[in-house]
Write a protein that binds this ligand. Sequence first.
Ligand code: GCB
Length: 578
Amino acid sequence: MDMPVPSSYNDLMQTPTDRDFVGWAWYERRFRPPIACHARRARLHFASVHYYAIVWLDGLEIATHEGGHLPFEADISSILFQAKGRELRLTVAANNTLTPNTIPPGRIIYMNDTSQYPPGYFVQEVDFDFFNYAGIDRPVSIICSSQVYVEDILVTTNFSASVGFVFYNISIAGGTVTSIFVGLRDPKGRHVAGDAVLPDHICLPSFHSTLSPHGLIKVPNVSLWWPVGMNTTPGLLYTLEVLVCGFDGEKDVVRLQFGIRTVRVVGSRLLLNDHEIYLHGLGRHEDADLRGRGYDAVTMAKDASLLSWLGANAFRTSHYPYAEQTLDMADRQGILVISEAPAVGLVTVDNFGKRSLEQHMTTLRELINRDRNHPSVIMWSLANEPASNLQVAESYFRQVIAEAHRLDGTRPVTVVLNKGVSVDRVAQYLDVVSVNAYFGWYHDSGHPELIGRQLGHMLSAWYTKHHHPVILMEYGAGSVAGLHSLPSVMFSEEYHLEVMRQHFPVFDEKRKDFLVGEMLWNLVDFNTPQGVKRMAGNRKGLFTRNRQPKMAAFLLRDRYVRLNNASAHPLIPWCLGN
Ligand code: GCB
């Protein structure tokens, strides 16, 4: 069938067997290479294929990749050169099978009782609460450049008084360069330091600039990057312009937008630009009716608009890396992001073996490499709800956390925990302790009056044991839009409100000491595997899957606008609303 790319194929199918298909899905199309790419460096770039991908061009295998949500590419210069503009056939095989050693893990269960099931019958089981959407779910593009090209740039930033520091490290591939020009533009587009990189710049083979591929640029009167709600313009971005010249006189120009800011954990506090910061945000999913997990600019813009309307200053990319366009949006809008590796559902001993560890590390490298220049990304979350009580989990996470620190010393690291504080073995290695807890929902269902006591006790217990800042990374309740009940019952909109309301006084109390974030679960209702606990998906959204508000959305908006107002005007904490 015709299949749009990007999209998840599942939601475009008409039979349950096709929607729930597990195995190889084949994509194929013919295309004429762009003339502009002829005799130049050409890379075929996949932003994400879920889960395992093999790619052929004209029948020649050019790439394999394991893991969804993260990019990979193949150099196709010589194939395009030989093709001389002739049509080419691109084939992609994508396999969504998850095993105990994939990240995330899953398992195939064969039902061998032929009195109950037909021969060969199997199901794929997962220990995570979202539909395992599959296919080429993000854009595919051809990147043309000169033979010598800028392969990567790493920017780290700091500041002292009014001077900003921009450290850059440029990796060049494809040959030797004759000269490099590096310049910096401020958020208004004015050239402020380094070389002026002009569009009509001509590369002269003999010319050598003074700048090397790594260095430091000082920025006087720096405009720091801030999130929303800080009484200053959020999301101010500088642009690093890099121009490299090859021997043949060809040039590659890359512009990287980034923000100048610092993140640190000091004692029980999270500091952004040396100011205490409190995250008030949401957990999310890349999920929308018909689109599945497929990248969709309209849904992305709508969700950004919902976050802004709510007054949220943060979100977590639960439970996998989101499209890069979403992080660009967060950079511009001034939303703090906790960027999460796709390690969710590591719950049994066989999810912590050597093969899992290797794949987790590979995924982590790809994630940090992709997202490290985004000012919005202030923390790495390495996993969601692993069995952190197991002995194997301790040595496993000690290694994963050490690797994250080695790869990026500029951001704190967390793992989102749900085991009890007395049995957990992982929090000791973290910079920030994140916990999920559903008091009044999964615990003491139907008893929101117990939330204050239980939540306060739990949060204090984590802090007392580890003396690290704590974030309540998930809490919430489900409601079916339009279902009302007084007195409230579970799944009514009133119950949803009640559960949230019971949390707020505890947050306000604990954030005086060690709580550095409250992250409601979830922005929008989302699709899950079918089961008796889910009524056509998970209903913990503030908005329906069509992005219309439930009553709970107004309650959270009222709180978040007040919180923004309080941090913008510390002397008049409650000057908005009643
Ligand atoms: C959790 C999970 C999240 C689920 C949520 C729920 O703890 O981290 O993926 O969707 O609970 O609603 O059950």
